[in-house]
Design a protein around this ligand. Structure first.
Ligand SMILES: Nc1ncnc2c1ncn2[C@@H]1O[C@H](COP(=O)(O)OP(=O)(O)OP(=O)(O)O)[C@@H](O)[C@H]1O
Length: 259
């Protein structure tokens, strides 16, 4: 089930360094949102606070509220592991578990939680997840072969299938196509378009054409200089951000004047 995300006055730190300051953003369910901006403006840092992945680094923390359908995921008593099941993440480099079979990669989330299930239930999850990631036809005859034997683009779709398998509400993607060739990139972009029927999708991308192709809304982040915090400058319909932005910084960035 797709859920809404609201960040309220969110600050993100690495130790005493304030990396991202004062983010307020409302992300609708069943939509794709792109985060764009120059290197170091905090896109990845903010993305990782949405599923509490940020805090796995020693000294890293967030302040403020991050609501998932109105429930603050930073409230005391909330288990970050549960949060990461509800809000899945796909990384820059495809990272299937290399020695595990394709099938076991899909079931990894359940195995890690110690969930027991019948073979037919497991088969059903494997098929549903691979179909959901547009990979089923390519791998259905080799489910017991290692995930590392797939092409880069297939491995990334396997990682998306592994994320879908645990039925999350939100899928976060951190430059999911940056290690892929153009054909595999298009396959992932098509898939992102389909995923928004069921999930809230947030993607960090350096590729402005990609943001324009896949995102309903786009958030532009910027940084005033080295050592300064990144900030959300403008957030609007993708079309507005690229064709008629309200802020001069956004206009300079999308027209290629810096970054
Ligand atoms: N592990 C870390 N420890 C300390 N500071 C960090 C760490 N990771 C990132 N930073 C700093 O936080 C700020 C934001 O970095 P972040 O990687 O989120 O930016 P980004 O917009 O995603 O950049 P890029 O587009 O280059 O990936 C930068 O100043 C960066 O140096």
């Amino acid at each position: 089930m797709s859920k809404r995300i609201d960040a309220i006055d969110l600050n993100v730190y690495y130790g005493s360094f304030l990396a991202v300051e004062g983010v307020n953003i409302n992300i609708e369910p069943r939509s794709v949102t792109a985060f764009i901006g120059p290197s170091g403006c905090g896109k990845t840092t903010f993305l990782r606070t949405i599923n509490r992945m940020h805090e796995v680094l020693p000294g890293a923390r967030a302040e403020g509220q991050l609501l998932l359908d109105g429930e603050d995921i930073y409230e005391s008593g909330v288990d970050p592991v549960t949060v990461r099941t509800m809000i899945g993440m796909v990384f820059q480099r495809p990272n299937p578990f290399p020695t595990m079979s394709i099938r076991d990669n899909i079931l990894a989330g359940y195995r890690l939680n110690g969930t027991r299930m019948s073979k037919s239930k497991a088969d059903e999850i494997v098929e549903r997840s691979l179909k959901g990631a547009n990979l089923w036809k390519e791998v259905k005859d080799r489910l017991d072969k290692p995930g590392s034997g797939l092409s880069g683009g297939q491995q990334q779709r396997l990682c998306i299938a592994r994320t879908i398998a645990v039925e999350p509400d939100v899928i976060l993607m951190d430059e999911p196509c940056s290690a892929l060739d153009p054909i595999s990139t298009l396959a992932i972009e098509d898939l992102i378009n389909e995923l928004k029927d069921d999930y809230t999708v947030v993607i960090v991308t350096h590729n402005m054409q990609q943001a324009a192709r896949v995102a309903d809304k786009t958030a532009f982040f910027n940084i005033a200089g080295t050592g300064k915090p990144g900030k959300l400058i403008e957030y609007d319909e993708t079309n507005v951000i690229f064709n008629n932005p309200a802020n001069k910084q956004t206009e300079d960035y999308v027209s290629g004047r810096f970054g």
